[in-house]
Design a protein around this ligand. Structure first.
Ligand code: ATP
Length: 565
């Protein structure tokens, strides 16, 4: 008997249970509640889409029902001409068409964020409102209703069909969330710079999120046509798009169960208001209040329900394994010549030269503001307007964006925490490494650096351990060069030197050459073969560790007059 992978067993079981529940409801509920249930299921597909764009990828989309209208329009048009394939094929084509429109709408998202993106998507929704009223849905004026497919013509059967479509959409979203796309969405929501530094395209991540979210909106709109027969603009208004967005944000719709909860609210609130004799439009006010609460608190119901108590997980203070056979230091792998960067009148780097030898660990030190982080930004492509040349293995990196450099084997970490909390340790490491990794390979590298186990959610990991996980992810990419910007910041002081001893083994264990920016001189002494000292953007001294650290000019600039005396 074929064995089902454990990772898929639970989702498949839940899918079967959902189908059984859907069938039970379709035969057990009264006709009115079947119709309400249909509305909830259809809304849930649209909310799932918002969960992708907004919940996972962190972009505001206020036009989800415009994508729904695209799906409904395509299904209505194909129904009118009685196109081959039937309802289910039309539904799929409606979703595809909405996905394409989503790609186009996603283009501004490449440049816009926050309220600006909100305005663009809201403007699109408002424009679609007006246009739909003008052009109407195909067949609406002639009264040609959309035909439900063969065995699903009754309300009860069509409700079951909607549940089947919803379950398939949930499975697809679940698989996408576990895929590289899903990791990229969560990464881009947290830090676009870190996404690019992992070699993932920020542009593709955002566009795929918009396309998938819109396609789900389109499928939802297509289902509406089968539910109501004749689609009308009133089903896809801007205010409804807004309310759906609020529900998605409030419930935390990137979590599938929370998307279902949001859909239940979508039908339950107006229904309850009706029963209490309150006009249903007040439902929008209730949703608005939910939204204000969610946006003001910066959290959502899904996160609150999943919040675990207890301390954050810190790095494990484990024994440092014995050092492997050292590898010989080779010729320069990264060469920098005449690097200068100006920010207005501030000279952050001035005519900097340095060479990072293969399998070497080069320390870059200097007082605050000396230009160390600027150097890493230039080398990794985040400051493209620098003067001078940077070559990796003899190849000029001029004009290459951060993503390209990362894919070319030049990796970096950040001084600030840029590890997305929405992933597990393993998902993050796989995403950053950009190659197939065996479970044991990940576990071994995590254990080597004293990181938490692979299945730990990063939201539960403290900042020091998260930065170690970041280092592990980039090392497992097996780059030629890794630039580390104060990687030990956030670790308890006693862990600094243990980290240094591990870092010392990195060239031999991972075949990587390391450029280390660090303030902790003890750590630098323990790790670096050669050191370059920056001061006011200039190279003050460069060479073997002992020689540089004994240089009086270095002592004066780096440690201050008192140390010299
Ligand atoms: N985006 C920017 N705009 C203007 N000035 C900047 C910018 N980034 C850096 N600088 C300036 O460039 C100089 C070098 O800054 P940089 O952050 O590279 O120093 P650093 O050695 O990394 O400092 P620290 O050790 O505090 O991190 C500083 O004078 C800083 O104020």
């Amino acid at each position: 008997m074929p064995r089902v992978d454990r990772r898929f067993a639970l989702p498949l079981l839940l899918a079967v249970l959902a189908l059984v529940l859907g069938w039970g409801l379709s035969v057990g509920l009264s006709g009115y509640f079947v119709y309400l249930g249909m509305s909830a299921v259809v809304a849930c597909v649209a909310i799932l889409g918002l969960g992708v764009v907004t919940g996972s990828a962190g972009m505001i989309s206020l036009c989800q029902l415009t994508f729904g209208a695209v799906g409904a329009w395509v299904v209505s048009a194909l129904n009118l001409v009685d196109a081959p394939g039937g309802f289910l094929v039309w539904l799929l084509l409606g979703g595809l068409a909405a996905g394409v429109v989503g790609l186009v709408v996603g283009l501004p998202a490449l440049r816009l964020r926050g309220v600006n993106l909100a305005v663009v998507t809201l403007g699109l929704a408002a424009a679609a409102d007006v246009t739909l009223v003008q052009i109407q849905f195909p067949g609406a004026t002639e009264g040609v209703a959309v035909q439900r497919p063969g065995p699903f013509t009754s309300d009860r059967a069509y409700f079951l069909l909607c549940v089947i479509v919803l379950v398939l959409c949930c499975l697809a979203v679940h698989l996408l969330h576990r895929s590289r796309w899903g990791s990229a969405w969560k990464s881009v929501a947290f830090s676009e710079r870190a996404t690019a530094a992992a070699g993932a395209s920020v542009r593709t991540s955002k566009l795929t999120a918009f396309a998938v979210g819109a396609a789900l909106g389109g499928i939802s709109g297509g289902l509406v046509t089968g539910q109501v027969g004749l689609a009308f603009p009133a089903s896809f208004t801007t205010i409804q798009s807004l309310a759906l967005y609020v529900l998605a944000v409030m419930s935390g719709a990137h979590l599938i169960d929370m998307a279902v909860f949001g859909a239940v609210l979508w039908v339950a609130v107006p229904e309850l208001l009706k029963r209490w004799g309150v006009p249903q439009d007040w439902g929008f006010v209730v949703f608005g209040l939910f939204g204000v609460q969610a946006l003001a608190s910066g959290t959502n119901l899904g996160l609150l329900l999943r919040r675990r108590t207890g301390n954050e997980i810190a790095p494990v203070a484990a024994e440092v394994p014995p050092a492997p056979e050292p590898v010989p230091i080779g010729g320069p792998v990264l060469t920098v010549r005449g690097l200068s960067v100006h920010f207005g009148h501030v000279t952050a780097l001035s005519d900097v030269d340095l060479d990072l030898p293969e399998h070497g660990v080069l320390g870059v030190i200097g007082p605050n503001g000396a230009g160390k982080s600027t150097l890493i930004d230039v080398l990794s492509g985040f400051l493209p307007r620098a003067e001078g040349s940077v070559t990796l293995d003899g190849r000029s990196l001029a004009g290459l964006a951060p993503t390209r450099r990362a894919r070319l084997s030049l990796r970096r970490t950040f001084q600030q925490d840029r590890v997305p909390p929405g992933l597990t340790v393993a998902a993050y490491v796989r995403f950053v490494a950009r190659r197939r990794l065996r479970g044991e390979e990940i576990a071994e590298a995590l254990a080597f650096f004293g990181c938490p186990p692979a299945d730990t959610p990063l939201a539960r990991v403290d900042v020091g351990a998260r930065r170690l996980v970041e280092v592990v992810g980039h090392l497992l990419a097996r780059p030629r060069v890794l630039l580390l910007d104060e990687p030990a910041a956030g670790l308890p002081h006693e862990e600094h030197l243990a980290f240094g001893r591990r870092l010392r083994q990195v060239p031999a264990r991972f075949g990587v050459s390391v450029l280390l920016v660090e303030h902790d001189l003890d750590l630098v002494r323990a790790v670096c073969d050669t050191i370059t000292v920056l001061d006011f953007g200039r190279v003050l001294a460069s060479g073997p560790q002992a020689q540089v650290l004994a240089d009086p000019a270095v002592l004066k600039a780096y440690m201050g007059e008192t140390e010299l005396a």
